[in-house]
Design a protein around this ligand. Structure first.
Ligand code: NAD
Ligand code: DAU
Length: 354
């Protein structure tokens, strides 16, 4: 049976990896609705652009008329919702787009999905799924000895980004509880891998190390994140779509808690090895800079529910995943050159100048 998925935000980092992975299975057809903000990049999807099973539509998830029309035309069996403003530092400088897309946009999608789902046959209604892709940041910050976040950890978002994602999670939950819409939510830890926009720590450090530029580390560099290779995250989403229980939430993580400074030092070693410079270690470029306001100290995910109930497990180790990722950024000059021009340069200049 054909799976017809409406993906939102599929031109971004995780969405494009998800589409490429799912398109390898011939039973999937995918429509990708993406506004193409600074973070959306159709280059990521060049290899499937000509495939009859793939359709791209440029548009805003908040455009209810467009969403309603797409649902009617494409008749999807599932909606997988990635579209969001996703960078914490940008949410601190300007939260409005985060409210518009992450909160109001998700609300618009839920309303249109509810109307569409309500008009399906009983069989199609029971098959339909709305998968909402969310983050561990909704749970706030952990102390050094706290247990990792579980699905029952109370929400305590600290940044405007996290608060906007938490709002969207609550709306998704309510649409299941009140209207019966078969929603599922995944809350995932920090992803890394190919196609990540280099405003985020790992690609930023790889490219600055390559170019001999300062490597900005916020605060004391001891904030801890739990890293997951993006393809493992995409497999987790596909697993939840296939086997998850409607109304449930699933925490996804890599069991890879590391202080930022360790990640930065590992990248320095990998770049030194793969792109030897003038003999000095890239570690000499490490520069401690002003901390992010309200910077969450530690995230850690307890992913035992999805492992136990759905049988998902990450395949990549942090070592092998970082090696692949550094190699990808060093080899894909055209992709890097295309995304690091224009407005990207302006963001870097503004953000790191204070
Ligand atoms: P991204 O910023 O790389 O991509 C976001 C995509 O959404 C872009 O293609 C952009 O054009 C599109 N978009 C933005 N606003 C839109 C709108 N109004 N209408 C339609 N499309 C719009 O983000 P990402 O890192 O790929 O994250 C995808 C999702 O996963 C987000 O919901 C994010 O909160 C969540 N998430 C990310 C991570 C991570 O480490 N990157 C971890 C956990 C969860
Ligand atoms: O935890 C999941 C979240 O991970 C996702 O929901 C977000 O969409 C995603 O952007 C990411 O958020 P973070 O804020 O954790 O990621 P970022 O790459 O911006 O930062 C990772 C850590 O590195 C964080 O502690 C801040 C620090 N950092 C970041 C940058 C950009 C630096 O020290 N220097 C930097 O220049």
């Amino acid at each position: 049976m054909q799976d017809r998925i409406l993906v939102t935000g599929g031109a971004g980092f995780i969405g494009s990896n998800f589409i490429l992975q799912r398109m390898q299975d011939s039973s999937f057809s995918i429509t990708n609705l993406d506004k193409l903000t600074y973070a959306g990049n159709l280059r990521n999807l060049e290899s499937v652009a000509g495939d009859r099973r793939y359709t791209f539509v440029q548009g805003d998830i908040g455009d209810r008329k467009l969403v309603s029309q797409l649902l009617a035309e494409q008749n999807p069996t599932a909606l997988v919702h990635f579209a969001a403003e996703s960078h914490v530092d940008r949410s601190i400088r300007g939260p409005e787009d985060f409210i518009r897309t992450n909160v109001n946009g998700t609300f618009a999608l839920l309303e249109e999905a509810r109307a569409y789902w309500g008009g399906l046959s009983e069989e199609d209604r029971s098959r339909f799924r709305f998968v909402h892709v969310s983050t561990d940041e909704v749970y706030g910050s952990l102390g050094p000895d706290d247990r990792p976040f579980s699905e029952t950890t109370p929400y305590a978002p600290n940044s405007p980004y996290a608060a906007s994602k938490a709002s969207s999670d609550h709306l998704v939950r309510a649409y299941h509880h009140t209207f019966g819409l078969p929603t599922l939510t995944t809350n995932c830890s920090n992803n890394y891998g190919r196609f990540q926009f280099p405003e985020k720590l790992i690609p930023l450090i790889i490219l600055n190390a390559r170019d001999g530029k300062p490597l900005p580390v916020y605060g004391d560099g001891k904030n801890v994140r739990d890293w997951l290779y993006v393809e493992d995250h995409c497999e987790a989403i596909a697993t939840v779509l296939r086997k998850g229980r409607p109304g449930d939430t699933y925490n996804v993580g890599g069991w890879n808690e590391k202080p930022n400074i360790e990640i930065v030092e590992t990248i320095c070693d990998l770049v030194d090895e793969m792109a030897p410079g003038n003999g000095t270690s890239r570690k000499e470029l490490i520069t401690y800079v002003k901390d992010r306001p309200g910077h969450d100290r530690r995230y850690a995910m307890d992913a035992s529910k999805i492992e136990r109930e759905l049988g998902w497990r990450p395949k990549e180790t942090l070592e092998s995943g970082l090696r692949k990722t550094v190699r990808w950024y060093l080899e894909n000059h055209d992709w890097v050159a295309a995304v690091t021009s224009g407005s990207y340069r302006q963001w870097i200049a503004t953000h790191y100048s204070v």
